[in-house]
Structure formats: structure tokens, C-alpha cells
Design a protein around this ligand. Structure first.
Ligand code: COA
Ligand code: AMP
Length: 244
């Protein structure tokens, strides 16, 4: 039997930390101890433990490639080029980039999930654009092993945990029918972003924004006619990724 274990923490009503794992019964206590130590500061933590009725396995994560540029503009042009290989036209890709530059909230600023952008019309399809859609219920079958493999490939400590989470999330997204993803963090200290898709794999790109910019997010490029199945898969389907 496998369980979805999720943690979210708040400080003064603001979300400050989130994490999730899919584990067997013997790992539950250790995982919760790890969660409790995770946020630096919080005044409320919610931990959810849920028995999973079914699980699907993805044999391999998207393959990783990394590209460094001198300037944000060059990085963005490269991201547009990558997205075109997934069938996303330049105007729609530019719309995605513009949304992340100022934060995708209709009022400006970050949102709590990802934007769903219609690849044909450029329309936003999330039912609530202040919230977005979150990809949940995904993990590595053997997280420590994957971490070791990434270290052996020369991924530095600073990037390791983020890469583990973001690669797993992007792999699930593409499995669920998202055509391509564009992401950079809203963390002011973290300028590496990525584009992902089934042809291009997981393409890390630096710098996707200037240092100290507090805006970012995720754009999922989707076909409008498969919206309901995609959202159900992203939010509900439990996925374990087996290897790199
Ligand atoms: N950002 C901002 N607020 C969040 C949030 C997030 N990532 N996740 C949860 N919240 C807050 C929201 O207020 C949310 O209400 P909403 O649904 O109206 O937005 C509320 O918490 C309840 O969220 P819920 O979806 O019920 O939480 P959950 O128990 O299913 O847990 C997390 C979801 C926290 C595990 C998930 O959002 C997360 O952070 N995942 C792990 C990190 C990760 O891999 N992120 C990818 C980046 S690499
Ligand atoms: P992060 O990579 O954690 O800095 O998150 C960057 C942005 O991605 C956040 O501002 C959210 O808009 C979005 N996001 C965070 N978690 C998720 C998730 N589980 N699914 C979809 N989008 C998310």
C-alpha cells in the first residue's frame, strides 16, 4: 500500500513552504519528521496523509539538458526556439514569457499554481487565474538513488532538491498531456528556469530572469479540447517515476 504525504506551511496567512512524497507505510514517520524540519519559519503547518487507491509508473524522467547564456534576452529567445519544437508558435510562447515576467496574476504578481495557456487561441484556461492549477501526487520511486545519480552527473548541491522536484513535476505534466511547459521560480535568488516537452526533454536555461526579481511561475501549454482530462490527471493521478 502506498500513501500520498503532503505538507504545507504558512506564516501570517502566507504560504511559505510545500512538499510532497509518495511512500510505503514504513516510511511515513520518517517523512513527517523531515517535513517538520523543512520550513525555516511558520506559524501553521498542515500535513495530509492519504491512502492511494491506484498508482501509475513512468519508467524514465524527461532527459535533462542545460544551457547558460550571458543575458536574459538570449535565454528567452532560446526558450522560444525550444517551445517551437513542441509546436508552440512564437506569439503564444511570447505571451507565456510576458505572464511570468510580471507574475501571472491578473492584478500582477505570483499565483498559487500554473497557468494553462491554450496553444491555439492564447487564452488562459484555468478556472481561477489567481490560483492556477497545481500538479500534485507525484514522486520518485527511489528518490535517494536518483539524487545520487544527479550528483554523479555533476549537479551542484544548490540545485539538487529543486531539480529533483521540478524534473518530476515536468515529467508528470508531459505524461498528463501538457504539450510543453515554461517555468522560472519566483524566488529572487534563483534565476535558472526551464522549458520541457516530449521532443526537447527537460531543458534547464539560465538566466531566465534578472537577480532579485520576485516574480515567476509556470505556464502549461495545452490543447483546449482536452482540458478536463489534463486537469484531472495533473491534480489527481498518483505517479511514481522510476528512473533517469
Ligand atoms: N503555493 C501557494 N499556496 C499554496 C501552495 C503553493 N504551491 N500549495 C498549497 N497552497 C495553499 C493555498 O492557499 C491552497 O488553497 P487553494 O487551493 O485555494 O490555492 C491551500 O494551501 C490548500 O492547498 P492544497 O492543494 O489542498 O494542498 P495539498 O495538501 O494538496 O498540498 C502541496 C499541495 C503543498 C504539496 C503542493 O502545492 C506543493 O507545494 N508541492 C511540493 C512542491 C513542488 O514540488 N513544487 C513544484 C516546484 S519544483
Ligand atoms: P517554485 O519553483 O517553487 O519557485 O514555484 C514557482 C511557481 O510555480 C509558483 O509561484 C507557482 O506559481 C507555481 N507552482 C508551485 N508549485 C506548483 C505545483 N505543484 N504545480 C503547479 N505550479 C506550481
Amino acid at each position: 500500500m502506498l500513501y500520498s504525504l503532503r505538507m504545507r506551511a504558512e506564516l501570517k496567512g502566507e504560504h511559505v513552504s510545500g512538499a510532497e512524497r509518495i511512500v510505503g507505510a514504513t516510511q511515513i514517520e520518517k517523512t513527517i519528521r523531515g517535513f517538520i524540519k523543512r520550513p525555516r519559519q511558520y506559524d501553521k503547518m498542515v500535513i495530509t496523509l492519504e491512502k492511494l487507491e491506484s498508482i501509475e509508473y513512468i519508467p524514465r524522467a524527461l532527459p535533462i539538458k542545460s544551457y547558460d547564456f550571458k543575458r536574459v534576452e538570449e535565454a528567452h529567445s532560446f526558450a522560444i526556439q525550444m517551445l517551437s519544437k513542441e509546436g508552440i508558435n512564437k506569439d503564444i510562447a511570447l505571451k507565456g514569457l510576458e505572464l511570468l515576467k510580471r507574475g501571472p496574476s491578473p492584478k500582477g504578481g505570483n499565483i498559487r499554481g500554473a497557468v494553462l495557456l491554450d496553444v491555439d487561441t492564447g487564452e488562459r484556461l484555468e478556472p481561477d487565474p489567481e490560483r492556477g492549477i497545481r500538479t500534485v501526487r507525484f514522486d520518485w520511486k527511489n528518490r535517494e538513488h536518483i539524487k545520487k545519480l544527479l550528483k554523479e552527473r555533476g549537479i551542484k548541491r544548490f540545485y539538487l532538491e529543486r531539480l529533483l522536484d521540478a524534473l518530476a513535476l515536468a515529467t508528470k505534466n508531459i505524461y498528463c498531456g501538457v504539450m510543453a511547459e515554461l517555468c522560472w521560480s519566483d524566488d529572487p535568488d534563483y534565476t535558472t528556469g526551464y522549458t520541457a516537452g516530449k521532443n526537447i526533454g527537460y531543458v534547464r536555461i539560465k538566466p531566465m530572469k534578472e537577480e532579485e526579481v520576485p516574480f515567476g511561475g509556470r505556464v502549461y501549454f495545452v490543447k483546449g479540447n482536452s482540458l478536463e482530462e489534463i486537469i484531472a490527471c495533473l491534480e489527481k493521478k498518483a505517479i511514481l517515476i522510476e528512473g533517469l
